[in-house]
Design a protein around this ligand. Structure first.
Ligand SMILES: Nc1ncnc2c1ncn2[C@@H]1O[C@H](COP(=O)(O)OP(=O)(O)OP(=O)(O)O)[C@@H](O)[C@H]1O
Ligand SMILES: [Mg+2]
Length: 328
């Protein structure tokens, strides 16, 4: 069993009839790492996670989790992983504590162990006080925490989280991020899917961007941002007549083609702390009146836009009102 990689996916394909949901995905997750699988609605995130957790058979390609083949050794894989699915697995009519006991039963864990572990998880997820209330009385954030707690009952070394914070308010989201960070600090390997760039940025060391079943980019958040051309200076001139002078003044700093829009110039520039000062000096020396000047680092939104041609989700959507995004 390889200990260097917790997950190795090679050329993974999944078709549903005519739909090619996954079209040759390659992916690795190093042991102890957090990888974010980022993609819009219908990109193939859930399909990937379901195959990795042995719930769905691949059409072709190979998938190893914890060193075991998901098709030939599914029992070994299941023993190593925890899964928090996109939709809640919580039983509404059972209490928080009963839900955890039920999951312990599914894993055939010893009753005494389950009792101790449940108390520990309820405490950690701030659910001790609500432990004896039916889950249907829980808020969205509490349910999500119970979901995550359930997937941890058997102390898995590898955790799959499918859109862990979709539909949560910003505060519950921050709370859940902290829990995920704590898990990672304690040595758990995590593969999480998200359509939120900020979530990938916050949690993942490595980000794999997928769209329409294909990997379209891969790297750290910084690498992805660099990939679309590093920093950018945006200048608004006082008088539109000076726009050509502004372009000329910025040319020596420029690392690519400038874009002019009315009284604004957008110039890609090399990274560095002195570039802003140099821009101000050069504009001044060329007699260009400046209304506004900013140095902007690309966001993951810019990356997403430039890679996919459409914007990503930026705001959490309430679960009940359904899902926004690209129509298929
Ligand atoms: N059981 C199925 N039968 C037919 N098509 C399916 C099935 N499951 C998924 N698909 C299709 O596969 C593609 C990928 O779906 P998937 O659920 O993996 O996307 P996703 O990235 O998880 O999207 P979302 O962000 O909406 O959860 C979509 O086109 C979807 O309609
Ligand atoms: Mg999904």
């Amino acid at each position: 069993m390889s200990s260097e990689f917790a997950v190795v996916v090679r050329d993974l394909v999944k078709t549903f009839g005519d739909v090619r949901a996954l079209d040759g995905i390659d992916l690795t997750v190093g042991t102890g790492q957090v990888v974010g699988l980022l993609g819009p609605n219908g990109a193939g995130k859930t399909t990937t996670v379901r195959i990795l957790s042995t719930l769905l058979a691949p059409t072709s390609g190979s998938v190893q989790v914890a060193g075991f083949d998901v098709v030939r050794q599914p029992d070994h894989v299941r023993r190593a992983i925890g899964l928090t699915g996109q939709y809640s697995a919580v039983d509404e009519y059972l209490t928080g504590a009963e839900n955890l006991r039920m999951f312990g039963g599914l894993y055939h864990l010893d009753a005494g162990y389950v009792k101790r572990r449940s108390a520990e998880l309820l405490d950690w997820f701030d659910l001790s006080e609500a432990a004896d209330r039916p889950a249907r009385t829980y808020s969205g954030g509490m349910r999500r925490r119970l979901d995550l707690a359930s997937s941890l009952i058997a102390s898995p070394s590898i955790l799959f989280l499918d859109e862990p914070t979709t539909g949560l308010d910003p505060r519950s989201r921050l709370g859940l991020w902290q829990v995920i960070k704590d898990l990672v600090a304690a040595g758990t390997t995590v593969l999480l899917t998200t359509q939120y760039l900020e979530e990938a940025d916050q949690l993942a060391q490595d980000i794999v961007v997928i769209d329409q079943g294909k990997v379209i980019a891969h790297g750290t958040s910084e690498q992805l941002k660099d990939q679309i051309g590093g920093d950018r200076i945006e200048v608004r001139v006082t008088s539109i007549d000076q726009i050509a002078q502004a372009v000329a003044a910025l040319a020596p700093l420029s690392s690519g083609e400038p874009i002019v829009e009315e009284d604004r110039v957008f110039t890609p520039v090399r990274s560095g702390s002195t570039v802003l000062m140099e821009a101000i000096r050069s504009l001044d020396a060329n007699g260009v009146g400046v209304e506004d000047l900013v140095l902007r680092r690309p966001t993951l939104d810019d990356v997403f836009m430039s890679l996919t041609g459409h914007a990503a989700e930026t705001e959490p959507q309430p679960v009940a009102t359904g899902r926004r995004g690209r129509k298929k």
